[in-house]
Design a protein around this ligand. Structure first.
Ligand code: ADP
Ligand code: MG
Length: 258
């Protein structure tokens, strides 16, 4: 059980206030989507969650413990991240990338156990890359690369996952497959998503960020209203129930008409 609680989180970078009083909760085992326009502060917020971006004001609790009180290795056993545009060493193979997820669990001897190998095998299969295990990172397509990074995060076997726009570079089928896979992990998940309809389908809760502060926070039904979308994204749209799921589905206004 690893609920996340963010309280009064403010961040300044390069002399500018990037996040201001951000607060929200993610119940244990649920998936929270973070949406908002470009530059809203989504990546900065996620960076705070995986301790890449330092914060001085506010608190982030995971399973009741403030992140700053945890050693890096303890955080890595709690939280796995798929950052946006992660640099990958080109000489690594897919299997080596996924295996790197086991590092926080490896003993000082550096020896991998049978369990480590089983986890890596399982994760390679889950992200559909077992047939590409010996391919070097340099030769991967954008989608394969993204799946390798997800495999690494899954191999970390943490109760919390943080992912920054993981569906970018993926085609429709792979977007759905990746988000379905995320849902199936049972981990408490925070995911920045650009596509609002994917967020509506796959997230239990949605946090809307704009100009560094939370504009709305709730279920997709509560949050994804035409009024909010116009205020935050400056687009007029219709919100209709999805014919299969009943969740909100966003249709932007006809283009080229006034
Ligand atoms: P998003 O992911 O929502 O597009 P970001 O968190 O990447 O937003 O960026 C939010 C704002 O913070 C942007 O205006 C960006 O230019 C600024 N920013 C991000 N990182 C830094 C940094 N290291 N120094 C100064 N400004 C930054
Ligand atoms: Mg971003």
């Amino acid at each position: 059980m690893s609920p996340i609680g963010v309280r009064g989180l403010s961040v300044e970078l390069g002399g500018r206030r990037i996040l201001e009083g951000v607060a929200f909760d993610v119940p244990s085992g649920s998936v929270a989507g973070v949406i908002g326009p470009n530059g809203a502060g989504k990546s900065t917020l996620l960076g705070c969650l995986y301790r890449h971006v330092p914060y001085r004001q506010g608190e982030i609790h995971v399973d009741g413990r403030e992140l700053r009180s945890l050693a890096r290795r303890d955080i890595a056993r709690q939280i796995a991240a798929v950052p946006q545009e992660t640099p990958l060493a080109f000489d690594l193979t897919v299997e080596e990338i996924v295996s790197a997820g086991r590092i926080p669990h490896t003993r000082a001897t550096g020896l991998r156990t049978a369990h480590d190998r089983d986890v890596v095998e399982d994760c390679l299969r889950r992200v559909g890359l077992d047939h590409l295990r010996h391919r070097s990172a340099a030769t991967l397509s954008g989608g394969e690369r993204q799946r390798a990074l997800l495999g690494r995060a899954l191999a970390q076997d943490t109760p919390v996952l943080v992912l920054d726009e993981p569906t970018n570079h993926l085609d429709l089928a792979n977007q759905e497959q990746l988000l379905g896979l995320l849902r199936g992990t049972g981990a408490t998940t925070v995911v920045a998503i650009h596509d609002l309809n994917l967020a509506a389908e796959y997230c239990d809760r949605i946090v809307v960020l704009a100009d560094g502060s939370v504009q709305a926070d709730g279920t997709p039904d509560e949050v994804l209203t035409p009024e909010l979308l116009e205020a935050v994204f400056r687009v007029r749209c219709h919100v209709v129930p999805h014919p299969d799921s009943g969740r909100p589905h966003i249709i932007t206004g006809a283009r080229g008409r006034s």
